[in-house]
Design a protein around this ligand. Structure first.
Ligand SMILES: Cc1ncc(COP(=O)(O)O)c(C=O)c1O
Length: 398
């Protein structure tokens, strides 16, 4: 395994909690907190001058696009600053040229940020939202593990997706990683399928960016939206949007204001003259302090490493969980290697996920419940010792 380049001082939350929940709201990494605080402090000191300082030499927006361009292996021109995944996907769904009779395909258990934007537009325009079903319960061959009960969200299948694509299908909207059971899409296979059928592929990467490789141009993805405060260790109130130039051109602007016009601060020049790169979606002021915080996290924690090495580290920690877990008490949902993510979901055989999570909370061990699962989600700064201690506590409770 490739060692990670980490600065221990970047992860102060370690001193307070055994945090195994990077699929939830993550502790801010220190560089994010410091850069956000520096902006706030400067606004406190000088007011409007802070904007000139930060659009000048420090150039928050340019640096943000540069950093995410590098992370996603694309041009900075394809990156937009957003405040959350739902905002990004709402702008995309609202502006997409969807007509009566068109079809969008998604999955029945998507997170709301990647569900309601499509529901709303399908209803308003007389299009159809086709929802992929769950696959049949999977059988894990290891002794004592068994099949996952039907009541749990599991995964969609590429075969069903392929069967559902018709000449009216315009777009597929799926999460890279499902927030409940941790199923990861095989993005290469998904991208190939969508490309071969001339369908736009939109990916919600809130549960993968910073944890799994995601290179939209290599995989043929039209659009990626993600939040900054989970696997990227950034502030709540930040997110990122990637759009390919061809896809972006199709999207009509539905949110507008001063900041995406080419005439910049000539506010009384009211010509309709928006940028056509990623700035198209940056319609007005954003929380600059927070955006710069997220940028710092990418720059100082993620870019010094490869995402492949981060994923390998996280899977090694998950293997430790599986090695130490008492499977008489918890049933792990183990995916095929190409569908593995940062989330390892467990089904308690006794008690509820919520009650067990609350008990762990009291011991300062953070493992979050969702939809009946307990989600083990360690990350690049998590140690083997922390994982083993968390599993031991779990085994004692169950
Ligand atoms: C798959 C997925 N998408 C999006 C989000 C968050 O969306 P937003 O940034 O709109 O709050 C989550 C949060 O749990 C998620 O799991």
């Amino acid at each position: 395994m490739q060692p990670l380049t980490l600065n221990n001082d970047h992860f102060p939350a370690r001193n307070n909690v055994n945090f195994q929940a990077y699929c939830s709201v993550s502790p801010l990494c220190r560089p994010a907190a410091e850069r956000a605080a520096a902006f706030i402090e400067r606004q406190c000191e000088v007011g409007r001058g802070v904007i000139f300082e930060y659009t000048g030499s420090r150039n928050i927006a340019g640096r943000f696009r540069q950093n995410f361009g590098q992370l996603l292996r694309t041009s900075p021109a394809n990156i937009s600053m957003v405040t959350n995944t739902a905002e990004a996907l709402s702008m995309i769904a609202n502006g997409y040229p969807l007509q009566a009779g068109d079809e969008i395909i998604s999955y029945v258990h998507e997170y709301p940020s990647n569900h309601y934007p499509w529901v709303l537009q399908a209803q308003r325009r007389g299009a159809e939202l086709v929802l992929l079903d769950d696959v049949e319960p999977c059988q894990d061959s290891r002794p004592g593990v068994g099949a996952v009960a039907n009541s749990f969200a599991r995964s969609w299948s590429l075969d069903e997706l392929e069967a559902q694509i018709t000449p009216r299908t315009r777009l597929v909207a799926l999460s890279h990683v499902q927030f409940t059971g941790g199923f990861a899409a095989d993005l290469r296979a998904l991208g190939d399928l969508c490309r071969s059928r001339n369908v736009d592929l939109v990916i919600d990467a809130a549960q993968s960016l910073g944890c799994l490789p995601l290179y939209p141009e290599e995989y043929g993805i039209a659009c990626v939206a993600a939040s900054g405060w989970k696997w990227l260790l950034g502030p709540i109130g930040t997110g990122v949007l990637y759009t390919s130039p061809e896809f972006r051109e199709k999207i009509t602007i539905t949110m507008t204001g001063a900041d995406h016009m080419r005439q910049e601060t000539e506010y009384l020049d009211h010509r309709w003259n928006p940028y056509d790169d990623g700035r198209k979606f940056e319609y007005s002021t954003v929380p600059y302090a927070l955006v710069d915080g997220l940028s710092a996290a990418v720059e100082e924690v993620f870019l010094p490493n490869t995402i492949e090495a981060i994923a390998a580290h996280n899977w090694h920690l998950q293997d430790l969980v599986l090695e130490h877990l008492d499977t008489r008490r918890y049933q792990p949902l183990v995916h095929q290697p190409q569908h593995r993510s940062g989330i390892l979901s467990l089904i308690p055989r006794r008690g509820t996920a919520k009650a067990i999570s609350a008990e762990l909370d009291a011991q300062r061990i953070i493992i979050t419940p969702r939809d009946g699962y307990l989600r083990f989600a360690p990350h690049l700064c998590t140690t083997e010792e922390e994982v083993v201690a968390a599993v031991a506590a779990l085994n004692r409770i169950g």
